[in-house]
Design a protein around this ligand. Structure first.
Ligand SMILES: [Zn+2]
Length: 338
């Protein structure tokens, strides 16, 4: 299986992060890439640089005003006297039905869900290359590869069509799924990250051509709090095409695999032409977020169970934070998927 990754993805290096109101170092560090690259290589994967795919695959998911915002907001922010080094929102609309603001501060609040996704000079470039890694992996699968791995960083699954959030700017998994639809009728996205894939759910909530399934720590007391509950099933034409499987805190391998069985049966019934796995490794028992308790060998078992679906599969990296086993967890998953 090939790994797609571009060096430009290293440049985004966010500093700001608020955890329960306290300023902390941002956990979405470039160092994650080194651990994941080492893991991919150790799993026998060849590292391939993606091509520049331009704005088209990004604009197939994200709105024009949001793309313009991401492209320009850093320079606009620098013109504000006394502004922070990174773009961080300090005001949000209560509902988004109000007027679209003209000011940089207003737009930051409109397009950024939280303080976990600060924007610097390098953010847009890194986010584009991360998305293009996902597009290139989708291209590989469209060209006949059974599977491909996109080492996407920054990650994507908390990004909505016009909102950044939770370390995410462009929704790489959604972009890969939409790209696969170029020659498929139906695509399923299976999100196994510790956190609910709220952005991915939001993007496809009214559609029946992309099934979205997410296993995650129960959001009743966990990020992203407002989404990820079992009664969110889609709307309109998309009703029944979103499945959330919230798990109790500290759920370990057996509990995770049981829920995965439910997910896999739903995906089989949907009968997609291709699959996107939103691969968060933060469900790991030693991950700094500490929400679930999947073991290192558990990731291989998860991968084996998903591989049994027998679908052409794009694996898109989502979360998974710095801990000694980050690379080993990726090796376990990629080896299990073979
Ligand atoms: Zn996560």
């Amino acid at each position: 299986m090939k790994t797609f990754f571009a060096d430009e993805q290293r440049k985004h290096d966010p500093k700001m992060f608020l955890s329960s109101g306290a300023a902390q170092p941002n956990p979405e560090k470039p160092e994650r890439i080194e651990r994941l690259l080492a893991g991919a290589k150790a799993a026998g994967s060849e590292i391939v640089r993606p091509r520049d795919h331009g704005l088209k695959p990004i604009a197939a998911i994200h709105t024009p005003e949001y793309i313009e915002f991401l492209q320009n907001i850093f320079l606009r922010w620098q013109r504000i006297e006394g502004a922070s080094e990174e773009v961080v929102p300090n005001i949000h609309p209560l509902a988004r039905g109000g007027r679209y603001p003209a000011s940089a501060v207003g737009q930051a609040g409109y397009h950024m869900a939280d303080t976990a996704c600060p924007i610097s000079a390098d953010t847009w470039g890194s986010a584009c290359w991360s998305a293009w890694s996902a597009v290139e992996a989708a291209e590989a699968v469209l060209s006949g590869a059974r599977s491909a791995y996109a080492l996407c960083r920054p990650p994507g699954h908390h990004a909505f069509a016009d909102v950044a959030g939770g370390f995410c700017f462009l929704n790489n998994s959604a972009i890969a799924a939409q790209h696969l639809l170029g020659s498929s009728k139906r695509v399923a996205i299976l999100d196994v990250d510790l956190h609910h894939g709220n952005g991915t759910q939001g993007i496809f909530y009214g559609r029946s051509d992309v099934l979205t399934v997410s296993l995650h720590a129960d959001p009743v007391r966990f990020y992203p709090f407002f989404w990820g509950h079992a009664d969110e099933r889609g709307e309109g034409a998309g009703l029944g095409y979103n499945l959330n499987l919230p798990l109790a805190r500290k759920t370990a391998d057996e509990g995770f695999l049981e829920a995965l069985e439910v997910a896999n049966r739903r995906i089989e019934a949907f009968a997609p032409d291709a699959l996107v796995i939103a691969l968060g490794l933060d469900a790991f028992e030693g991950d700094p977020f500490g929400g679930l308790s999947v073991s290192t060998p558990g990731f291989a078992r998860i991968a084996e169970a998903i591989a049994l679906l027998g679908l052409p599969t794009v694996i898109v990296q989502e979360g998974g934070y710095l801990c000694d086993e980050l690379g080993a967890n990726l090796i376990s998953f990629l080896t299990g998927f073979k």
